[in-house]
Design a protein around this ligand. Structure first.
Ligand code: HEC
Ligand code: HEC
Length: 328
């Protein structure tokens, strides 16, 4: 049954795969997207590309607590991996962008990330580069309205098309959930039972290992001396802020998690030991107090009273079991 659900998910066009006209990406479009993704000329000073923060050798994240953009400016959130991002209906830690194609253009004009004045600024730059003009012409032809093959919509589409290729499935956890009880190593299997028992999968829901929703799991409160990021509530008007959205962040999926430390929206949990300790204490801060809006499922984990040995099994499970093959 699990294998069927997973196959259906993978086969269904990820949201980004149906572009504005619902056309699936072609090989040449993906190649153009790849080139653009690694292109520092997209940034205002020619130093930062998408890959600076979503680096394939760092699990398509950057290995840093907080994102660093042009002129070494430090952002306010951690760069998430973009592995399987094509399958995410809501983008960013607070889920503020619905349309994945629109998302691709946002970092360009973010003053800290790539620093362009606007999307048009990037389009103008690309139109001056003969190589890109001919690349865009080859993939899309000339746009009859703008009389140039390079447009903002096409730029976004090409990058989004490339993103659909950055995927990870086919990990030991998939074989385990499909009923192969020998799929995990013995230690990881013990960890998996703890993972089940703690109800981790109610938010890290298979087969994506995220429910694509925003929750407060206490990490903002527990991880910082000064609580500052309102998460989902931060993008809503005052009168719509509730216990469900205050300090709520998008559940990260767990695939390729062994490659994407540090963790959470603020990148201030350095490793999995820190993450697991957080859950084992029910989401407590160093002074054993809790975010008053914390999700009750996270609070409940404390009652399991995990020992250091049990936390170790859980760590082994998480590190070993979400490695896809081939890995993106
Ligand atoms: C300076 C670092 C930086 C650069 C450059 C950058 N990003 Fe990001 N990216 C981030 C951060 C930080 C977030 C999370 C922002 C938030 O949640 O507020 C993010 C989020 C994303 C997401 C959403 C993932 C998800 O699951 O929610 C995608 C997709 C993405 N970036 C793609 C790109 C593309 C494409 C480019 C190039 C056009 C790019 N990024 C350039 C740092 C960067
Ligand atoms: C109520 C929903 C919920 C439950 C239950 C839950 N998580 Fe999470 N998890 C989240 C959210 C939301 C985040 C991100 C929080 C943030 O960024 O501040 C997260 C973050 C993580 C991360 C860091 C991932 C990354 O890429 O940054 C790991 C690992 C993790 N959880 C594992 C677990 C484990 C193991 C359990 C069970 C012991 C569990 N989670 C239970 C919602 C949940």
């Amino acid at each position: 049954m699990y294998a069927l659900i997973l196959a259906a998910l993978i086969a269904a066009a990820p949201p980004q795969q149906s572009g504005p006209q619902g056309i699936p990406p072609t090989g040449t479009e993906i190649e153009l997207g790849r080139k653009l993704f690694f292109e520092p000329l997209l940034s205002v000073d020619g130093t930062v590309s998408c890959a600076s923060c979503h680096n394939p050798s760092k699990g398509w994240a950057d290995g840093l607590p907080l994102a660093v953009g042009i002129n070494g400016q430090v952002g306010t959130r951690h760069s998430p991996t973009i592995i399987n991002a094509s399958y995410s209906p809501l983008m960013f830690w607070d889920g503020r962008t619905v349309a994945p194609i629109t998302q691709a253009l946002l970092p360009l004009s973010n003053p800290i990330e790539m620093g362009r004045q606007s999307e048009d600024d990037v389009v103008r730059k690309l139109r001056l580069l003969p190589e890109y003009v001919s690349d865009f012409a080859r993939v899309y032809g000339v746009d009859t309205t703008s009389l140039s093959p390079v447009t903002g919509v096409r730029l976004a589409r090409a990058i989004a098309a490339f993103e659909t290729t950055i995927v990870s499935f086919n990990a030991p956890i998939d074989r385990r959930l499909d009923g192969d009880v020998t799929a995990l190593t013995p230690d990881a299997e013990i960890g998996f039972q703890l993972f089940r028992q703690a109800n981790c999968m109610s938010c890290h829901t298979p087969p994506l290992f995220t429910d694509n929703l925003m929750h407060n799991n206490g990490m903002e409160y527990a991880g910082k001396l000064q609580v500052s990021d309102l998460g989902r509530a931060g993008i809503l008007p005052q009168n719509q802020r509730t216990a469900q959205n205050i300090r709520a962040f998008k559940t990260p999926h767990l695939r390729e998690i062994h490659r994407t430390a540090p963790y959470n929206h603020a990148g201030n949990f350095a490793d999995l030991d820190r993450v697991i300790l957080h859950y084992a204490t029910g989401g407590a801060r160093y002074d054993d107090t809790f975010d008053r809006f914390i999700d009750p499922r996270v609070r409940a984990i404390r009652t399991l009273g995990w020992t250091a040995e049990q936390r170790g099994y859980l760590r082994t499970f998480i590190l070993e079991s979400f490695k896809g093959s081939p890995s993106p």
